[in-house]
Design a protein around this ligand. Structure first.
Ligand code: G6P
Length: 373
């Protein structure tokens, strides 16, 4: 009902505007009296945790992209390999699982059958499973050895939004927990990242408050486009795929998310006059080499007639020269940038679906939680 939507045009609209809270609530209560990071439910001893030598994230849809983002951070912080696998592909390929493997099942609903079957398979093989879940007491956390709840609040719209940012935060807390246990980072470093995470809700709010109009105007210009390409690199790559997924789920537009470096190996053949290309631009600060590479990617598609929409950090010195539209976001550390970069893409997909007259909360053919394999 309208009352449940709290004045927003849809549940999706409401839930996107709850991104900042989803981040801050997921960060709350994560520290004990000594300032050490704590998980929610743990039936894994610290010794067993310390012995973990590989993490495999299993998930579907949006949750899998949160897992891909986390891979960049966890490998960097903890120096253990992290694989990310679609849950439905996982158990049928005879994955290598040992008691030293931690399988991390990420699921908003906690009821996705593909993910549940993957975690059962992992446990049968003697691996331990940790769930990152938004629903208290759902099947996936109940069957896991440890749980880290996201506190995004109930998500009603089929297309996942606030759960994604909460999943990224929760997976990052898991990474920092490992770093603390394994001693791969100094306490001060962990503390600094937590402080940076705590600053993210305000940055997300800035995007919601200041970019909505540009996003809506862009959607109006693009409403008849038949397809979209999304490009990103490093943590921007899973964000590009998530942006592409949102648009196909609710606006029924053909989209594809690519790693920007792959452009020259194929996708650039798709670029024709007027083709919209959305590019997640990494920060230019610290002479970030990836920044110039992504900027030249924009240049290349632009030279072939693409209509370029960039998501970029404020004060980026180069992006405006090549992008037809720039959606700005506040400065933040690279590893945390997905938390803000995804927000304009969520709004864009919603605006496109609304302009096309579709039900943004209940897209055709999709279910909020897929409880069959
Ligand atoms: C369905 C939904 C997606 C969601 C995926 C995983 O396909 O339509 O929005 O990302 O399931 O759901 P989960 O509840 O496991 O996160």
């Amino acid at each position: 009902s309208a009352a449940e939507k709290g004045g927003w045009s849809s549940f999706m609209d409401k839930e996107i505007h709850e991104d900042p809270e989803a981040v801050s609530n997921t960060l709350m209560g994560r520290f004990d009296m000594h300032g050490d990071i704590v998980l929610d439910e743990v039936h894994i001893s610290p010794e067993d945790f310390k012995s973990i030598d590989k993490i495999i994230v299993v998930a579907c849809g949006t949750a899998s992209y949160a897992g891909m983002v986390a891979k960049y951070a966890i490998e960097h912080w903890v120096r253990i390999p992290v694989e990310v696998e679609l849950a439905h592909e996982f158990r049928y390929r005879d994955p290598i699982l040992t008691p030293r493997t931690l399988v991390v099942a990420i699921s908003q609903s906690g009821e996705t059958m593909d993910t549940l079957m993957a975690l059962r398979h992992a446990r049968e093989q003697g691996s331990r499973v940790l769930a990152i879940c938004n629903t208290q007491g759902a099947s996936i956390p109940r069957e896991s050895d440890a749980v880290l709840y996201t506190h995004a609040g109930p998500e009603i719209a089929v297309a996942s939004t606030k759960a994604f940012v909460a999943q990224v935060v929760a997976a990052y807390m898991l990474g920092l927990y490992f770093a603390q246990l394994k001693g791969t980072m100094f306490r001060d470093e962990i503390r600094q990242i937590v402080d940076q995470l705590k600053a993210m809700p305000e940055k997300i709010q800035w995007v919601l408050d200041n970019q909505a109009e540009t996003i809506q105007n862009t959607a109006k210009r693009m409403v008849d486009a038949h397809s979209f390409l999304f490009l990103g690199r490093h943590v921007g790559y899973p964000v590009a795929m998530e942006g592409a997924l949102k648009l196909k789920e609710i606006a029924y537009t053909f989209t594809e998310g690519f790693a920007a470096g792959e452009l020259k190996h194929g996708p650039i053949a798709l670029v024709d006059e007027g083709e919209p290309v959305v590019v997640i631009v990494p920060s230019a600060r610290g002479r970030n080499i990836l920044h110039s590479k992504v900027i030249s990617g924009i240049e290349e598609v632009k030279a072939r007639g693409a209509f370029t929409i960039a998501v970029a950090e404020q004060d980026d010195p180069d992006v405006e020269r090549y992008a037809d539209v720039v959606l700005w976001r506040p400065a933040c550390p690279t590893l945390l940038s997905p938390l803000v970069d995804v927000v304009p893409l969520q709004l864009f997909a919603m605006d496109m679906a609304m302009l096309k007259g579709y039900d943004v909360d209940k897209p055709r053919n999709l279910a909020k939680s897929v409880t069959v394999e």
